[in-house]
Design a protein around this ligand. Sequence first.
Ligand code: 13P
Ligand code: SF4
Length: 315
Amino acid sequence: MLRPSSKQIVDAFEEIGRLKKEKNAVILAHYYQDPDIQDVADFVGDSLELARAAQRSTADLIVFAGVHFMAEGAKILNPSRKVVLPDLRAGCSLANSCPPDAFAALRARHPDHFVVSYINCSAAIKAQSDVICTSSNAKKIISKVPADRPILFAPDRNLGAWLEKETGRSMLLWQGACIVHETFSERKIAALQLEHPDAELIAHPECEATLLSKAAFVGSTSALLKHVIASPKQKFIVATEAGILHQMRRQAPGKELIAAPPNQDCACNDCPYMKLNTLDKLLSALRDETPELTMPEDLRRKAEAPLLRMLEWSQ
Ligand code: 13P
Ligand code: SF4
């Protein structure tokens, strides 16, 4: 795909600024979006920060530059506002790995379990959950689940296993995974660490357990960003989607950042779903107010309760 020229980018930014005012719109973007999208957004954050921003929003139109489950979250919290997504096909391998019927069948076999679902799931899974969590607040949320209730955690097996280790609470884990965070090559990372002994390995908890056990710091996208800014270290090997490096470079200039390499000779540390959104599609979504994210009201209500519980528990 051809990247737009600087003139095209400036023109698009101007048009986006004009349309935002005209329509009382807000652009929310995740850290995994293209740099241009992050730069034009009103707010850039991790999943929890974006859910909070969506909850606070008074805009008539929310343009959600992220993936489908994130835009769904904005709609669940803002039923009266219009939510558009630059590309409706921007899904998520983790959300896809948990089909609602199969999940309902597992729940039926474990009716005593308290269901904690990671926000990276569809509204239909949220609607079957007791509480939602993100990678930022997961430890806190788990600590608030009544001690006498066994926990069913979905859909990420890696985040789930990491939480079991961190909280000491064993959980029944749905076996879903993120294609991006399972792509990293531990052999190539080990070679990089030999080449850069002064670099610190930092990782997102969706990575596999063996990688996480070698990381000096594990956290959500914004926790990784804050760590790079605050740490006295100068060099980092970053094991998460490569889009976060843009904010790290902006907010921690002078620090050396090395994207953890994928197994294959590919750009597999770029999320193919996140990257379906482009500046051009964002401009069209804002201008034409489409594609719009909609959902049946009964589903929205069922998904809202565990999401609101998360926001309350993570205060
Ligand atoms: P964060 O909540 O850390 O932003 O993670 C979102 C995500 O999709 C990770 O793959
Ligand atoms: Fe889903 Fe993974 Fe992409 Fe995050 S990085 S949106 S978990 S596929």
